[in-house]
Design a protein around this ligand. Structure first.
Ligand SMILES: [Zn+2]
Length: 465
């Protein structure tokens, strides 16, 4: 059964379980501004708790901060040696400016076969499909369990790096939330290739280093800049140098998988995969599909994006101190070694060059190493199984992203984490990325039905029962 039938959208579990839960979650509007008391995810947690109670499933609420609950459902397996599987999602969303939307971003309107609202793709569609899928999968089992532990985790605070959510749970409740395999967000969207449709499965995330570079100068009169030591010029030069620097291409397996998908025809494929014609092919890909070009470029290169500059305090005084904030997303080195904090400093200094580099003090504001899950194992097999039944003519493509999800906290500790769900074909990479954190975020009923199908069937495929 490859397409969603009208009957599938009429099934009681879809109409009376999934849709109301999904729309209630959007209406909670757990907006995370980054302020410690924003989000207030307890509202979404209460909705989920009531939903699971209706299936007779017990929930645990874990608070890192008042009002900001995380919800855990854990159903013990029958075989202590079987691997465990967790569905993980977050219930906070980013703000939405209602004036720019064509509907109320928190009303969860249903029109044109789509549900509209903030969080529709990032990531309340996962939350709802995972919750109903897990409950239905368990209900269909005679003993109401699977061989291994099956868990559901709805987290707070993902949109502000997980301080009260993922990071808190992994640090304080590891024994409760640890698992062998995990499915979370960011994947499942499609691209057209010259070999047919392909969907992306997210296996890893680049490292993140937020860097502050500080330069000193010497104050003087702005009317006589001749021979002055101006700190702002140093920051400007560093911004230009880092912003235009190209780190060497790293042709790791995920990049190769993405490159094969993005290239068209033999010539482009050879030029890109060998690396020698990368610049030429990337320009052509960018013209066809800018989103794809951005994903591919960041997957293959360590990048330096200078995004904040500050310095000086008076227009007629030579600037004597400047700061440049640089968002660095790094890959393992050519030798496969993952740079540590000193290694990232060396990368930045190398990009600046010795003379300019000597002018700057280096400080790390945030640091997280790259995480990558292996390409094999029961979860990979299970996902491929469900995927090929619903989209038999499509292939799966590895994705390594420059952004971060809560999945990194589990990958750090050895869990296999993939970002995936089943979407309808209309959810292309371009559509997904423009809706995520964007205006008029929405998802089709067909995609929701496929997501429900995915999370209902996955446990059976994972444990082969
Ligand atoms: Zn998200």
């Amino acid at each position: 059964m490859s397409v969603v039938t009208p009957e599938e959208l009429e099934r009681p579990v879809f109409r009376y379980r999934l849709l109301p839960l999904f729309r209630d979650l959007i209406r909670c509007g757990c907006v995370n501004t980054g302020e410690p008391d924003s989000g207030q995810e307890d509202r979404a947690v209460a909705v989920l708790r009531e939903f699971f109670a209706s299936y007779g499933l017990e929930t645990r609420i874990l608070h890192g901060r008042p009002g900001r609950g995380n919800l855990l459902v854990k159903v013990p397996g029958s075989d202590a040696t079987a691997p465990s599987l967790t569905y993980m999602n977050h219930v906070d969303v980013v703000p939405a400016n209602a004036a720019d939307w064509s509907c109320d971003p928190f009303a969860a309107d249903l029109k044109d076969g789509q549900v509209w609202g903030r969080g529709a793709v990032d990531m309340l569609c996962w939350t709802a499909c995972q919750a109903v899928g897990l409950a239905e999968a368990l209900k269909a089992r005679p003993q109401r369990n699977f061989p291994g532990n099956l868990s559901f985790l709805a987290l707070a605070d993902e949109e502000a790096a997980g301080r009260w959510g993922a990071r808190f749970l992994v640090e304080q409740f590891w024994e409760d939330v640890k698992c062998d395999a995990m499915v979370t967000e960011l994947g499942g969207f499609f691209a057209d290739t010259d070999r047919g449709p392909a969907a992306f499965i997210n296996r890893g995330e680049k490292g993140v280093a937020w860097v502050k570079l500080t330069a000193r100068g010497r104050a003087g009169h702005g009317s006589m800049p001749y021979g002055a030591d101006n700190a702002l010029l140093k920051a400007a030069e560093a911004a230009l140098r880092l912003g235009t620097y190209r780190a060497p291409l790293l042709r790791h397996p995920s990049w190769r998988s993405m490159a094969k998908t993005a290239a068209r025809g033999f010539g482009e494929r050879v030029a890109l995969l060998s690396g020698w014609g990368e610049g030429w092919v990337m320009k052509r890909i960018f013209r066809r599909d800018p989103g794809m070009a951005k994903f591919l470029d960041t997957a293959g290169h360590t990048t330096f994006s200078p995004n904040v500059v500050a310095g000086g305090d008076k227009i007629n005084v030579i600037c004597d101190r400047s700061e440049l904030l640089v968002d660095v997303r790094f890959l393992p080195g050519q030798d496969g070694n993952i740079p540590d904090e000193a290694g990232v400093e060396a990368l930045v200094r190398q990009a600046l060059g010795p003379q300019l580099s000597s002018q700057f003090h280096f400080e790390l504001l945030d640091f997280h190493q790259p995480t990558l899950s292996s390409l094999e194992g029961p979860l990979d097999e299970a996902i491929r199984g469900v995927f090929s039944e619903s989209h038999p003519d499509a292939s799966l493509v590895d994705l390594m992203i420059g952004g971060v999800t809560d999945g990194r906290y589990w990958r750090d500790r050895g869990t296999t984490v993939y970002g995936f769900t089943l979407f309808d074909r209309e959810m292309t990479m371009g559509e997904f990325t423009s809706r995520m954190h964007g205006v008029d975020e929405r998802i089709s009923l067909n995609s929701l039905a496929l997501g429900l199908r995915f999370f209902t069937q996955l446990p059976g495929k994972f444990w082969k029962v």
